[in-house]
Design a protein around this ligand. Structure first.
Ligand code: SF4
Length: 389
């Protein structure tokens, strides 16, 4: 198996490109890309890693805690989550499993909105994060007051927001979606004749608009990591590996998506490596996903999609700097010190819970192969808790 990257600062090791200019959007709140990379912890020796793991296992047991990790965090965190009865997943799976898990404390290894979502869905649980400043460029680029004004200007539209947003933005929404359920929910709303106001990721929004034909007004956010994939270089790589299948996350730009064999959420892309016959895959999403892909298909080869080329700035090199802020030291520290706790105003959390619950109810029904008919009177069974927005 091999992992190749044409990115000079990427590859198997996490590089720290600190000479990165911040854009106005990225600098709107919290850490910029540059600041986040500076906070990415140094790699640990094997001995230190083992010592921290043992201390974490002890604390997880003592505190009835579970580690909930995203596919983009470091391999040792994903492995530890699974070894200790926690979970690894995309943001929808993290939200659902965190809510259902019997633990009284959740340690969320991911980015801030994932910790907030866990707290919204599990208000009676203590939710800790290794670093509360681990944010997301989509969240940072969607300030609640500006987004709320955008919604106010278009009251006739159903507000659908991607999960990568603050609790305040979620509370303003009718629906929250993740990339694993967005197509189905927008299809459903389109069948209802709803016009949609979408935020914050414009690439995912454009992809969904193209697939569903829905009337969607877009907030103009984007993901720093997925913005970096380059279509021309990807095309050249495809020609070099004509047998390879191209797997693309829909936060990537339209030209990159157009070259994909499979477009989907992290979970769908991982499933694709076992569902397809190909032995080689070019992967356009955060390289943290390759760990789960290797585990699912150990005999197959994976090539990171190019983030370098004539138009490249290589801000991320296919590694999310905020995800990379999670490490064993931070997890041990938040468990031992009780630090990094997510606190949300109960009224805000209750308001944000409604559109998330709506999504989870829809997702549960969808998993059971219950498809929306488009007739509202027949579809109430899809919404166990709240009814459609
Ligand atoms: S990879 Fe992109 S969308 Fe995901 S957390 Fe990082 S910045 Fe946000």
């Amino acid at each position: 198996m091999s992992v190749l990257s044409t990115c000079s600062a990427g590859g198997a090791e996490i590089a720290i490109p600190i000479d990165v200019p911040a854009t106005a959007t990225e600098a709107s709140a919290g850490y910029t890309v540059k600041e986040a990379w500076v906070r990415v912890p140094e790699p640990l020796s094997k001995e230190l890693m083992e010592a921290h793991k043992q201390a974490i296992i002890k604390q997880l047991r003592a505190q009835n805690a579970a580690l909930v990790a995203h596919y983009y965090v470091a391999p040792e965190l994903q492995d530890l989550a699974l070894e200790t009865g926690g979970c690894v997943g995309d943001s929808l799976e993290m939200a659902r499993i965190g809510r259902e898990h019997p633990a009284s404390t959740l340690i969320v290894a991911g980015v801030r909105f994932m910790g907030e979502t866990a707290k919204i869905l599990s208000p009676d649980k203590r939710v800790l994060m290794p670093d509360l400043e681990a944010n997301c460029s989509l969240d940072l680029g969607c300030p609640p007051d500006e987004f709320s004004a955008f919604c106010d200007a278009h009251p006739e539209r159903t507000v659908v927001v991607y999960a990568n947003t603050s609790a305040e933005v979620k509370a303003r929404a009718d629906w929250v979606v993740t990339s694993s359920i967005a197509l189905e929910i927008v299809t459903y709303l389109h069948q209802q004749g709803k016009k949609i106001l979408w935020g914050p990721d414009r690439h995912l929004g454009r992809y969904i608009q193209q697939e569903t034909g829905a009337d969607m007004l877009m907030w103009q956010g984007s993901c720093t990591v997925h913005n970096e994939f380059k279509a021309q270089e990807l095309l050249a790589l495809k020609q070099q590996y004509p047998e390879a299948k191209v797997l693309v996350h829909p936060e990537s730009n339209a030209e990159v998506i157009a070259l994909a064999d499979v477009v989907g959420s992290t979970s769908r892309l991982i499933q694709a490596v076992t569902a397809l016959d190909a032995s080689t895959y070019i992967v356009a999403t955060d390289q943290g996903i390759l760990h789960a892909m290797r585990q699912q298909a150990p005999d197959k080869s994976f090539i990171a999609a190019p983030t370098a080329g004539t138009s490249a700035t290589c801000k991320s090199c296919a590694f999310c700097p905020w995800m990379a802020m999670n490490d064993l030291v931070g997890i041990r520290h938040c468990l031992e010190a009780g630090s990094g706790e997510i606190h949300l105003d109960p009224h805000l959390a209750a308001a944000a819970a409604k559109p998330i619950d709506r999504m989870l109810d829809f997702a549960a029904a969808h998993k059971k192969q219950i498809r929306a008919s488009g007739d509202l009177s027949q579809d109430m069974h899809l919404f166990a808790k709240l009814g459609p927005a």
